[in-house]
Design a binder for this molecule. Structure first.
Ligand code: F6P
Length: 255
């Protein structure tokens, strides 16, 4: 707390917390865009928040991405997590293997001494494939299991960066750009005001599942993500935000 006061971070945390009605905001010093150390600290802070929030035998849904990979890396065995299940929030979002939610969920389970279940879904599902996948009883069972999660831990990205990283088709990318897509989280694209513009055609948690969770924990930093973080906060269903100083200033300067 002393160091945070020195940097004025405690005050910054409180401004964001109260403005968006969050339960908790944690800000680490620095800018993840330029400092790998800050990104690691973001991961460490995320892991520590999670450790404090989980109860016994809990299901924790996680998304993919490099920030979540840092969170996974920093988890350590903790008694309450032994009976916990780590599951991907959604599948088939077009990420590379290291950044997939499945990979993050299994790493988290190994690090924390818990268990995991995976969701295997191909990327870029067509409508027909999507419908038939939903009919499969094994898939239906794991999806019901995932929807039983009370905690979701997720990354936040810039819409256009994510569309490119996931190789979203040119027409969809163009319509996202035209509609002013700013942020992406859990496979949903949001505009400046936090409205949903587009949903990736895949399976797993739906936005309404996320809305009804007990703990929605967003973890994202870097100056470049400030606007995107603000847009997801405006959507209005976050409980905890773990971010860095550079992103936090971008958020506060837009209030
Ligand atoms: O694709 C999974 C995901 O969590 C996205 O929802 C989010 O936009 C992105 O990863 C964040 O990735 P990174 O932490 O690498 O910026």
């Amino acid at each position: 707390p002393l160091v945070k006061d020195l940097f004025g971070l405690a005050e910054l945390e409180e401004r964001i917390r109260s403005h968006f009605g969050l339960k908790q905001v944690i800000i680490v010093p620095g800018d993840s865009d330029v400092s790998p150390h800050t990104k690691k600290e973001l991961g460490r802070a995320g892991a520590s928040v999670l450790r404090k929030l989980v109860g016994e035998d809990e299901t924790i849904a996680v998304t993919g991405g490099s920030t979540m990979a840092e969170v996974a890396y920093h988890l350590t065995p903790a008694t309450p997590m032994k009976g916990c299940w780590f599951v991907p929030a959604r599948g088939g979002l077009g990420e590379s293997v290291e950044l997939q939610a499945n990979t993050i969920a299994s790493t988290m389970a190994k690090k924390a001494g818990g268990r995991y279940r995976l969701l295997h879904v191909p990327d870029h599902l067509g409508e027909e494939a999507y419908q038939s996948l939903m009919q499969d009883s094994h898939i239906a069972e794991i999806i019901a299991f995932i929807r039983g999660a009370r905690i979701v831990v997720h990354g936040i990205g810039e819409a256009m960066v994510m569309a490119r990283r996931r190789k979203v088709d040119p027409e969809t990318t163009e319509s996202l750009r035209r509609d002013g897509a700013l942020a992406e989280a859990f496979g949903y694209y949001f505009d400046r005001d936090g409205n949903i513009l587009h949903k990736m055609p895949t399976i797993g948690l739906r936005i309404e599942d996320i809305h009804s969770m007990d703990h929605v924990i967003g973890i994202a930093g870097g100056k470049s993500k400030g606007e995107s973080i603000a847009s997801v906060l405006k959507h209005g269903h976050e409980d905890v935000l773990v971010t860095d100083e550079a992103a936090a200033w971008e958020v506060v300067n837009r209030l």
